[in-house]
Design a protein around this ligand. Structure first.
Ligand code: FUC
Length: 821
């Protein structure tokens, strides 16, 4: 493309650029100087249910469309009924050390006989072709995170064109606006297309329609029907039907409203009238002027988005197109890219997870394929949980709700799995689920034989309570927690050596221990023990808060006493398995046993220094560069190891540009800022957003830690609106790596214990130094057993930076301003 006026204006602004400029809202944009040629360059928009990838091509505009309930198959389950025939033998072989035999039997008797999960599928594409636009200049394309609007502009023969696209939160439609700065200049043809269509054509000369049916997959008949409509509202010009497409000629301005609905009602029922739902939404939106739709959309979106502001300063690098910034990131100082990436994570959560809808799957709601990688479903041995790590702390509590609802559904489906497969009470889920809430074992035993998916998800039920303090909510999820415990009460067995109670068969997600005959299937892995300690502890606490189930409390307490302790192996590493078989050269992407460090809270530098060091040893052995989500997790882990510089190094690894056409093997970031596993997986975006927060504010370990892992490079900055346990809202400004001002808004009252890197005061008066245990029970930590340490382990505990801890007795509704001493 020719170097145009706009290009020189941009270059000029780069040259004029002065450092020290502080980020303003206008900077929260992803922008590009060329159209997207492939999907991983297109930009995502969504309202939780409808997803769009906008390409911004002046000639062949493409809007790739998703609807969050459009999945292959239909209501289904995948429990292997042979479970009870094999389970005793599998457990027997595991304790005899015959892991391969155990795995083979699990493959036969526990892995699903046919259904390995359904696929999230693309609905198709709205194509808008402008044959007259071939010789365009002055191209510009952006996604404005402040307004959740995609726009593109360019010139053709002296005429300035602009397109805007947004996915309205309140009006349930996708809105496209096409304008030109001269009348009569908009001529184009529009049509729908999709692999799964039954029909694509017109309803009238202004309305396109496409209907279709989801695929049959793994022997389950596709039963989800969709109805997509696009209404073309033109000012000036004409519209006509031609070859099943709509041809618009010489319009002055055009608004296109797109509505998509399916027959999905809930995971058990498909009885919604998709055509009626689709046309009703379209009619309602069409009765409103564009300006009103736009205004309502921005208001609804900003209600969530504006809660957090984040500023690390900026540099000249920030004036380049986003893809170039990602490419240059490791070498160029570009702190604003971090805040942009951070806010993009929040944007993605708002756009892919709305109350009343489905939770964000492996790709959020954005999937261009009808056969996506890993079916774009829910992998619950890390990925789905990671999607929701930013939810509460980044002040997006409502966005957490679809996950909470999914967990409730799983507790129903999973009760059948517990009964059919294991003859146990309670509920269980394995390492994957989908829109139909399957809870059986998928793929093969070495990946799927992990009956802990429910136990991990349950941690989110409690976590939401810790942030909100909502007892009514806790009451509503308590039965799910209790029933999850019931499964393990029935299922745990005693292992022969130490007589500990363990989960068997299980695995440390998806890793294979040395000397186990190439089999992952085993018993009593570290992560399972950590998850159970948390699950039981949280259920006990819930029962106490709700004043119920005293006997259950005693039962769970006695099981806790018999769970295996954590163990430190011969290399000084936290053991991943019951036996000391870790390989220090193992670079596996999963770091499951570090659950105890993050998101769990069983390992910390203050009360468990040996385990803290052992966890660090694991992370050093594993190395940094890995799949996208693995690096996202490691940002959180290094933040909890209080090493901000290492966390920052991981952010740089994660913000490495990945070729959207030939992604290679390494994780990183696509030009559109989507995380590359590769392929695209949204967990890495969310994991890193969470990790950045954890570098600045943490609420585990008995206090709110401020700047616990601030990299040297982030010496000055501010963040506002971060939520912590106990319902506090934190805004902090720092200078030269020291807290300058800290504003704490208390929503629930109670003691607010802060841990800060420098001495601070409240209203110019001395603060009370913290002593003893934090009386605020939201900050209660979990007690763990003394770890067992191998005699060969050489542990040199990490020296900690000096911090200052204070207690502030807060009142609900009051704000406290703390400043540097
Ligand atoms: C887990 C991971 C893979 C991938 C898949 C969707 O199985 O081990 O890396 O992220 O989920």
């Amino acid at each position: 493309m020719k170097k145009t006026f706009l290009f020189y204006i941009k270059l000029w602004s780069i040259l004029l650029y002065a450092t020290g400029y502080s980020q303003d809202k206008a900077d929260l944009k992803l922008w590009y100087s060329k159209p997207a040629s492939v999907w991983n360059e297109a930009l995502p928009l969504g309202n939780g249910r409808l997803g769009v990838m906008a390409f911004g091509d002046p000639v062949n505009e493409k809007l790739q469309l998703n609807e969050s309930t459009f999945w292959s198959g239909g209501p289904s389950e995948n429990n292997n009924p042979d479970g009870p025939l094999v389970i005793d033998s599998i457990q027997y072989y595991i304790f005899k050390g015959e892991y391969k035999r155990a795995e083979q039997l699990a493959n036969k008797g526990l892995t699903a006989k046919k259904l390995h999960g359904s696929m999230y599928q693309s609905v198709g594409m709205l194509n808008i072709n402008f044959e007259g636009n071939r010789d365009y200049t002055d191209y510009y394309r952006e996604l404005d995170l402040q307004k959740a609007i995609f726009s593109t502009s360019f010139k053709v023969k002296g005429v300035q064109y602009k397109r805007e696209v947004f996915t309205s939160l309140p009006d349930n439609v996708i809105v496209v606006k096409l304008t030109a700065n001269k009348p009569g200049m908009l001529s184009f043809t529009a049509n729908f297309d999709g692999e799964l269509k039954n029909y694509s054509g017109t309803i009238d000369s202004n309305t396109l329609q496409m209907t279709g049916l989801s695929a049959t997959h793994d022997g389950v008949t596709g039963k989800v029907k969709f109805d997509a409509r696009a209404q073309i509202i033109n000012k000036g010009g004409d519209t006509a039907i031609k070859d099943g497409k709509i041809k618009v000629t010489k319009a002055d301005e055009v608004v296109i409203l797109i509505s998509i609905a399916t027959n999905f009602t809930n995971y058990k029922t498909l009885d919604t009238d998709e055509s009626k739902k689709s046309s009703t939404a379209l009619q309602a939106a069409a009765s409103k002027p564009y300006k009103k739709l736009l205004h309502e959309h921005i208001t609804a979106y900003q209600k969530y988005f504006n809660r957090v502001q984040f500023n690390l300063g900026t540099s000249a690098a920030a004036k380049l197109p986003t893809d170039e910034r990602i490419k240059n990131f490791a070498a160029n100082y570009d702190p604003q890219l971090i805040s942009l990436y951070y806010q993009f994570g929040r944007y993605l959560l708002i756009s892919s997870s709305q109350p009343g809808g489905q939770p964000a799957n492996l790709q959020g709601i954005w999937n261009g394929s009808t056969h996506p990688a890993w079916d774009s479903k829910y992998t619950i041995n890390i990925n789905t949980e990671m999607n929701y790590w930013p939810a509460e702390k980044c002040n997006l509590s409502e966005m957490h709700d679809p996950l909470i609802e999914l967990i409730k559904d799983l507790s129903v489906q999973g009760a059948e799995t517990a009964k059919v497969m294991y003859k146990s009470g309670g509920w269980v889920a394995h390492h994957n689920t989908d829109i139909w809430r399957i809870t059986g074992v998928v793929d093969f035993a070495n990946a799927g034989q992990w009956p802990m998916g429910g136990a991990w998800l349950c941690q989110h039920l409690w976590e939401k309570y810790l942030y909100t303090g909502d007892v009514k909510y806790l009451e509503s999820v308590y039965p799910v927690l209790k029933s999850a415990c019931k499964f393990y009460q029935d299922f745990l067995i005693e292992e022969p050596t130490h007589k500990w109670l363990v989960v068997s068969p299980s695995m440390s997600p998806e890793n294979i221990p040395n000397g186990h005959q190439g089999s992952a299937v085993t018993a009593g892995v570290t992560m399972d023990n950590q998850l159970l300690l948390d699950l039981f502890t949280k259920t006990i606490k819930s029962a106490r808060i709700l004043n119920t189930d005293t006997q259950l409390i005693n039962e769970l307490q006695s099981i806790i006493g018999r769970l295996p302790p954590m163990q430190i192996g011969r290399y000084g590493q936290l053991q991943e398995w019951l036996d000391d078989v870790d390989n220090p050269d193992d670079k596996h992407r999963h770091v499951s046993h570090l659950y105890g460090l993050y998101p769990g809270n069983q390992i910390n530098p203050y009360t468990t220094p040996e385990l803290f060091t052992a966890a660090k040893t694991v992370l050093i052995h594993r190395g940094d560069v890995s799949t996208g989500w693995s690096m996202g997790w490691k940002v959180n882990l290094w933040a909890h190891l209080l090493d901000g510089n290492h966390a920052n190094k991981l952010i740089k690894d994660q913000l490495t540009l990945v070729d959207p056409v030939k992604p290679g093997e390494k994780g990183g970031t696509y030009p559109n800022m989507f995380d590359a596993h590769p392929p695209f997986q949204i967990d890495g975006n969310f994991g890193c957003t969470s990790g950045i927060t954890e570098m600045i504010v943490q609420s585990q370990n008995g206090a709110i830690s401020i700047l616990p892992a601030l990299p040297d490079e982030w010496h000055d900055g501010n963040i506002s609106g971060i939520k912590t346990y106990g319902g506090f809202e934190i805004s902090v400004e720092w200078k030269n790596n020291k807290v300058k001002q800290l504003i704490i808004k208390s929503t629930l009252g109670g003691n607010c214990r802060i841990r800060v890197p420098n001495e601070v005061m409240l209203n110019k008066k001395a603060l009370q130094t913290a002593t003893g245990t934090n009386p605020n029970t939201f900050f209660e930590t979990v007690s763990i057993k003394e770890p067992l340490i191998s005699p060969s382990a050489n542990i040199n505990n990490t020296e900690l930076k000096k911090t200052y801890s204070y207690d502030i007795a807060t009142q609900a509704g009051k704000t406290y301003t703390i400043t540097i001493k």
